[in-house]
Design a protein around this ligand. Structure first.
Ligand SMILES: CSC[C@H]1O[C@H](OP(=O)(O)O)[C@H](O)[C@@H]1O
Length: 351
């Protein structure tokens, strides 16, 4: 195991640069570390839609900056009602992706702020929107660190862990959620081996999680999603830990497609299944997983990889980007306030 301190190699996918945001364009990873400077709200929408910025917390942070970038560009003379314009900007950003509740969570805060400041000078409102975005951004970094620290009690030394998708720094302000637990266990000197689900179709695991683990020197192997069951049977990993895009009030979990399969397999093999979830991803207004909108993405994501055609040009495709894991399959949630166990309908309200 390499002795690199992950503290020194944690990337930040979004940076505020005085008058714009600079993002790592994750569609180019792992081969190229390309940064994009974004000055206007339309480019924020596109970056979220195309997963240049991705991961529930990071989506919320980017959207909050997007509201500011959209509001500050409004032509003063045409502003009859700034709050209505801000509402329009929030509706536009909300249309980028439907499943991660963090997007709406961030936009709702911007809307509430704008509503509370109606009648005040436009520049005061836009300045407050920027302050909100900066606060959400900085707070998320501490929340993710706290999730990592809280998750320690669940990670044994010499742990073998299966992960799915990317739940690291790239998905948040910094550190990540499920991967933050792994980073902080590593920081405590625990030896860890990670089985990294490649996570079809967009390969967030093999492209992004492996890229992050390379930087922190944590041992890992990439596996195809279809191999997870055999890994559980043949090598009995200690636990499965995943992130989430939305937790319903009863503890049902929306997460990257393939999570439900992992949870069923983990239950069959008696392996603990944990979900790392910041409060910003817990949606008490959504009663169950049946009420969570599941994003369906474009067909070519399953017919083309890069410039390689992998299916007949017009092959029919079903491409849900997320699935729902019933709360009965979740052994515990790891939050910034600590470990949450059933009964989730009651315990999730306590965060
Ligand atoms: C820490 S949230 C990460 C969460 O978001 C991912 O989805 P996407 O890559 O489509 O934004 C995936 O569901 C991860 O668990």
């Amino acid at each position: 195991m390499n002795n690199k301190n992950p503290e020194l190699h944690i990337v930040e996918p979004i940076q505020w640069k005085e008058d714009h945001i600079r993002i790592i364009d994750q569609t180019f990873l792992p081969g190229r570390e390309i940064y994009q400077d974004i000055f206007e709200v339309g480019k924020v929408w596109e970056a979220i839609r195309s997963l240049r910025v991705r991961g529930a917390p990071a989506i919320g942070i980017a959207a909050a900056y997007g509201v500011y970038l959209g509001a500050k560009d409004l032509p003063e003379i045409e502003i009859v009602d700034l709050h209505s314009e801000i509402q329009r900007i929030c509706e536009y950003l909300s249309s980028a992706r439907p499943t991660a509740v963090n997007l709406q969570w961030a936009l709702d805060q911007a809307l509430s702020l704008s509503d509370s400041m109606q009648g005040e000078p436009a520049e005061k409102i836009t300045s407050a929107l920027l302050d909100l975005a900066r606060d959400l951004h900085e707070n998320d970094k501490q929340i993710c660190a706290d999730i990592g620290i809280a998750g320690q009690e669940l990670i044994p030394d010499n742990a073998a862990i299966i992960t799915h998708c990317n739940t690291g720094s790239l998905a948040t302000g910094k550190y990540g959620t499920a991967l933050s637990v792994i980073y902080h266990a590593h920081l405590k000197g625990k030896k860890i081996h990670v089985w990294v689900d490649e996570t079809r179709p967009l390969l967030q695991g093999s492209r992004l999680t492996a890229w992050e683990l390379e930087k922190t020197g944590i041992d890992y192997h990439i596996i195809a999603d279809s191999m997870a069951g055999w890994v559980m049977k043949s090598s009995k990993p200690d636990l499965v830990i995943v992130g989430t895009d939305r937790v319903a009030a009863n503890g049902d979990v929306a997460n990257k497609i393939g999570t439900y399969s992992l949870a069923v397999l983990a239950k069959h093999h008696g392996i603990p299944f944990y979900v790392a979830a910041p409060k910003s991803s817990i949606d008490l207004n959504t009663p169950t997983g049946d009420d969570i909108p599941i994003e369906e993405r474009q067909d070519d994501e399953l017919r083309v990889i890069g410039d390689q055609v992998t299916a007949p040009e017009k092959a029919p495709v079903y491409n849900p980007a997320f699935d729902i894991t019933p709360h009965e399959l979740v052994d515990a949630f790891i939050t910034e306030k600590g470990i949450i166990r059933p009964d989730y309908t009651a315990s999730l309200k306590q965060i």
